[in-house]
Write a protein that binds this ligand. Sequence first.
Ligand code: B4P
Length: 193
Amino acid sequence: MALTDSEVLLLMGPPGAGKGTQASKLARARVLTKLSTGDMLRDHVSRGTALGQEAKAIMDAGNLVSDEIIVGMVRSALENRENESVRVLLDGFPRTPGQADALNDLLTEFGAGLSAAVLLEVNEDELVSRLLQRANDQGRSDDNEETIRNRMKVYKNQTQPLIDYYQTRGKLRSVDGLGSVEDVFARITEVLS
Ligand code: B4P
């Protein structure tokens, strides 16, 4: 495949499934630009922008920032990309059916299509233990037990329906997210080959 061809991958999964971790590796390996809505939001928070001030309390409670803000951020990232083709890896977006519809519209507008949606599957005990470990290592303000519990609930109610959405469209690739980072990466590479 020539690098001028468009490729759009998205990584889905519950909080702590390894999306951010795998997204960085996958983007490097396939020469894609990583677009992480979580990273973009944290960047706004740390710069103290109006958007960041609005998002901070929502993120700290483990809720989802509005579709309007998120879709606006992704749209500007796509508009500001360096290459003619659309070669992106979406990390943590879409997270609601409304965002998934908006992504379809955006990709049509930019002349690209979704290549695959990779779902990382990890059981809840392991998710909680990873996030509490990260709380120790990095002190992220949404990695405390109460917020983690809410993030899991929000994932089940608002994001899990996207599994069917992408399954029905023949785009879903499920991957076991347990094991070492390298093992999980090898599984992802295999389902995309
Ligand atoms: P995100 O930044 O997407 O946070 P996340 O779901 O916790 O995933 P993350 O990528 O950070 O963690 P990962 O699983 O890689 O979102 C944060 C918040 O932003 C959301 O709650 C929401 O408020 C807001 N937001 C973001 N996108 C939004 C959207 N589209 N719509 C609305 N709101 C949005 O890793 C977790 C930990 O596990 C790490 O410490 C990692 O080192 C570890 N780990 C990874 N792989 C492992 C492995 N194989 N084994 C052991 N540990 C592993």
